[in-house]
Every structure is written in structure tokens, then in C-alpha cells.
Design a protein around this ligand. Structure first.
Ligand code: ADP
Length: 489
């Protein structure tokens, strides 16, 4: 019957012992990676080291690379170049939203409409048993009642077990041991520990405006031009126009929207050339609106006035940095703490830590003994598009509360990030580069950064820190000193 026929065809299509020879030339790999990508030097270096080690050791021992970073930062594209460099077929398996173990391991053939799992399908598609297989968005896998997707993936990525991978549909073991697996993830937080332990993580961070300009000019524009059948001379985009696209028509850590917007322009230009017979279209800052319509993003700029109880914090999210405004009101009441808006559990905890700290130093700050019994404190974080959670808003919340309680104004051009302890110590945080970029875009002048992050500050390119005053703080008193508006004497 049809079922058996499909099964046999699948068996025959499998590349049981077909292999390609791996091209082991590091210099060639470097050339390909450089041609296809601007910047990303540390990432390229790590990838080349990986290839070097791989050339020297037996394949089975090499760890699995995981490229981790926000969307559109070139993770997939690096994997593709790597396949090109090794002269191996490339297959991408998208794991985003996979919840059912059968998607990985296949259905038993007794099941109606049974199919092999995605790995077997991928291998069949590759046509050889040693392709480069990209497991895209491994952080977006989850478990449901239909079995354990993670343990299936563990088996896939384990060089001891994947020699005899069991796919329910295939029934005969499939050898995955010669596949070069590469994974990508937006965030490492949702990947279970055992899986993460099997991978060697290479982090890719957000691009700066300048980097985006270069990527657009050298890679995205030429790519989109040829995709739309245009020659380089037929459409030109001024540097200022590109800058404006980056700032006002896209908001992202990577360059995916940017590429899409450039594609839109190419489409419109192609139509215009056909309709009007123009030889060349030049797009500058001035006529950009004609092609793209009104600006989509105007950055939420720093508050223009110093205010009481409002402090700007900096957040790191899986799609890049953002600023978040924390608002605190104090009103007569009975000592209740209200938390509203977009607060995750970790944030709630650090709000409480902040309050304990404030109570412990109340006396030195001139707060009356019975203040907390007779007032309610309300902390609010306005909703943003991307959920944020983490301890790094600790000092921001504490500052906003102290400001609301004491009536002291907070400088509008200051932003801060740092975890707080009960004793008012400031602890280090992650994602500093993204946070500084966000602060800069929002027009912040002074950023308070935990002292223990000093090393990260030094590693961040001058392009980002230029124009920002970065103050290292280790105690809440230093935070308050910098954040509160000096009272005139
Ligand atoms: P990710 O997999 O990280 O989401 P992609 O690899 O899909 O991102 O990248 C989106 C687009 O941006 C692709 O067309 C890619 O080639 C391009 N791109 C990203 N980073 C760079 C870079 N550093 N140089 C050149 N092109 C890049």
C-alpha cells in the first residue's frame, strides 16, 4: 500500500553511507566569513578556532557550537557561510515552537499520516550523512504532554548516542554522528542545563548604528539590489538616508527590519524605473519619506524635566536593550506596597529588597519613624512591547522610592542599572553594551553602572560610550548623590 511505499522510498532516499569530503582550509574559511559578514571579529575568530580544533581532532569529539544573540544579528548567516567554507550541504531545521517529541523523533508508522522526524527529513534533504545542520532557535523548544522534546534533543547532540539515533518512523537506527550540528538561540535562559552543557556558546551582541551603516552599505543593499534585478548604478542611497532609516524606520538589535526596509525601497525604485523610464534614482534624507512614508519610531527621549519619583532604568531583553521608566507614588495609607505594571517575579523581589534597604537607613535620610506605617508606596512600570524581568532594576526602584518619600527631584538625564542588596550595595549586571546603546538613543547623559562592571565598560567600543558619562557606583549613597538634583543653597 501507499504507506509501505512511502516508507520504502524514505529508506532508499536516506544517505546511508554517502559522504562529502570536508574542505579543511582555515584560510579559505576566513575568506568566506569575511566576505559575507562585516565586523563580528570575535565571533569569526572563535568559529575559526573551532574549525582548527576540528581539523586536528576526531570529529566526534568536537563540541556543538551555539550562536547566541538577538534576532537579525547574523547567526543563521554565519552558519550558512560555514557550510560554504567547509563545502558541505547546509540544512536548517527550525525548532521554534516545537513542543511535540514526534517532531524530532517521528511518528510510529501505525499512526495515520505518520512522518519521520525533522532530523531524518533534514538528513534526507541533505543527501549526505555529514552535512552541516543548523538547529535554529533551540531556546524556543518546549515540552508538552506528548513526551520529552529536550531528552530527544539531548540524544541528538550526544556523540555517544547519536550514532544510533532512534526515529520512531524509521525503526532502523540512523547515524547522526557525522553531522556537524550548530545551534542558535536568542537567549540562554530557557535552555535546560544538560543541553546547554553540551554546547559551546558564542555570543553575538547588538549592532551599533555605525555597524549597521556598514552592514547596510556593503551587504544588505547589494543583496537587495540584485534580488530586485537592479544594477548598482540604478539606485543609490545616501549615507544620511541610511542613518535615518536605521534611527527612525527600524528599532532592533540586529539588521533584519533594516534589510526589509531596504528591500521595500528597491521594490518601489524598480517600479518607478519601469514606469518613468528614469535611469537612476537617488534617495537622500529629503525624499526618503516619499518612499517609506512617515517615520515609524521616534525615540522615547529622556524626560525634559527633573521630577520626583520618576527614574529611568535600563533593561536588557532578548531583542536588545531598552530604557524603562519607573514611577513611584507615596500616599497616606497603612504601610502597603503596591506593585503594578510590567513587573516579573524577580523585579518584585528586588522592589522589596529596596524597601527593606530604605527602611534600614530611614533615619539617616530624614524619614520619620512612623512614615512607613502611615503611607502606602505604589511602584509602577509602564508596559513595554517586550517583557522585562531581572534584578537589574534594583537601584532604579530604590532611587525612585527614596525620591518619592523625601520629595527630592531626580535628574532627568540620568539612567541607571544595578542590583541592590539589603545593605544598599550595588551588584553587577549583564547586557551592559545593549543597555548603554539604549541609554544613548534615549538621549541620556549620565549612566550609573555597578563598579564591578568596570571591566565590561572598558571592553565596550568607544563609539558607544562617546558622549555618555559613565559613573561607577558600589553603594546606594553614590547612586543618590549622582541622581538627585542638588538643592540650591
Ligand atoms: P539571525 O539568524 O541572527 O536572526 P540572520 O543571519 O538571519 O540573523 O541575519 C539577517 C540578515 O542580516 C541576513 O541577510 C544576514 O546576512 C544579514 N547580516 C547580519 N549580520 C551581518 C553582518 N555582520 N554582515 C553582513 N550581513 C549581516
Amino acid at each position: 500500500t501507499g504507506v509501505i511505499r512511502t516508507y520504502i522510498e524514505t529508506l532508499l532516499d536516506m544517505p546511508w553511507d554517502r559522504v562529502v569530503k570536508e574542505h579543511k582550509d582555515i584560510e579559505y574559511a576566513r575568506k568566506i566569513l569575511d566576505e559575507d559578514h562585516y565586523g563580528l571579529e570575535p565571533v569569526k575568530e572563535r568559529v575559526l578556532e573551532f574549525l582548527a580544533v576540528r581539523a586536528l581532532t576526531k570529529k566526534g569529539d568536537s563540541p556543538i557550537l551555539c550562536l547566541a544573540g538577538p534576532p537579525g544579528t547574523g547567526k543563521t548567516s554565519i552558519a550558512k557561510s560555514l557550510a560554504k567554507a567547509l563545502k558541505k550541504p547546509y540544512v536548517r531545521i527550525s525548532l521554534g515552537g516545537v513542543r511535540d517529541e514526534a517532531e524530532i523523533r517521528g511518528h510510529r508508522r501505525t499512526y495515520v499520516g505518520a512522518m519521520p522526524g525533522r532530523l531524518v527529513t533534514g538528513l534526507k534533504q541533505a543527501g549526505v550523512k555529514n552535512p552541516l545542520m543548523l538547529l535554529d532557535e533551540i531556546d524556543k523548544v518546549s515540552n508538552d504532554y506528548k513526551g520529552d522534546t529536550f531528552s530527544a534533543l539531548l540524544e541528538v547532540l550526544d556523540s555517544e548516542q547519536n550514532r544510533k539515533f532512534r526515529d520512531h518512523y524509521m525503526e532502523v537506527p540512523v547515524d547522526l554522528s557525522e553531522v556537524l550540528f550548530i545551534t542558535t538561540a536568542n537567549t540562554l535562559q530557557t535552555i535546560p542545563r544538560p543541553l546547554l552543557d553540551r554546547m559551546e556558546v558564542i555570543e553575538i551582541s547588538s549592532y551599533t548604528e555605525n555597524e549597521k551603516l556598514h552592514i547596510a552599505g556593503r551587504h544588505l543593499l547589494p543583496k537587495q539590489l540584485s534580488r530586485h534585478g537592479l544594477k548598482a548604478g540604478q539606485l543609490s542611497l545616501s549615507r544620511a538616508a541610511l542613518g535615518k532609516i536605521i534611527r527612525n524606520y527600524t528599532k532592533e538589535a540586529g539588521v533584519r527590519q533594516l534589510e526589509r526596509v531596504i528591500g521595500n525601497i528597491c521594490r518601489k525604485a524598480a517600479k518607478e524605473i519601469l514606469e518613468t523610464g528614469k535611469k537612476e534614482i537617488r534617495i537622500s534624507e529629503r525624499n526618503l519619506e516619499k518612499y517609506l512614508g512617515k517615520e515609524k519610531f521616534v525615540y522615547q527621549m529622556a524626560n525634559t524635566e527633573d521630577e520626583v519619583g520618576i527614574v529611568r532604568g535600563l533593561a536588557w531583553t532578548s531583542v536588545g536593550g531598552d530604557t524603562l521608566q519607573i514611577e513611584v507614588n507615596v500616599m497616606p495609607g497603612s504601610g502597603e506596597i503596591l506593585l503594578t505594571g510590567q513587573l516579573g517575579d524577580v523585579m518584585k523581589e528586588s522592589a522589596r529588597t529596596g524597601i527593606s534597604y530604605i527602611r534600614s537607613v530611614g533615619e539617616t535620610k530624614g524619614i520619620a519613624d512612623n512614615f512607613f506605617k502611615e503611607h502606602d508606596i505604589h511602584i509602577h512600570i509602564p508596559e513595554g512591547a517586550v517583557p522585562k524581568d531581572g534584578p537589574s532594576a534594583g537601584i532604579t526602584m530604590a532611587t525612585a522610592m527614596l525620591s518619592a518619600i523625601t520629595g527630592k527631584k531626580v535628574r532627568a538625564d540620568v539612567a541607571m542599572t544595578g542590583e541592590i542588596t539589603l545593605r544598599g550595595r550595588v551588584l553587577p549586571i549583564g547586557g551592559l553594551k545593549e543597555k548603554l546603546l539604549a541609554a544613548k538613543n534615549a538621549g541620556i547623559k549620565t549612566v550609573l553602572v555597578p563598579k564591578e562592571n568596570a571591566r565590561d565598560v572598558n571592553e565596550i567600543a568607544a563609539e558607544i560610550t562617546k558622549g555618555l558619562e559613565i559613573r561607577l557606583v558600589s553603594q546606594m549613597d553614590q547612586v543618590l548623590e549622582a541622581a538627585f538634583v542638588k538643592e540650591k543653597e
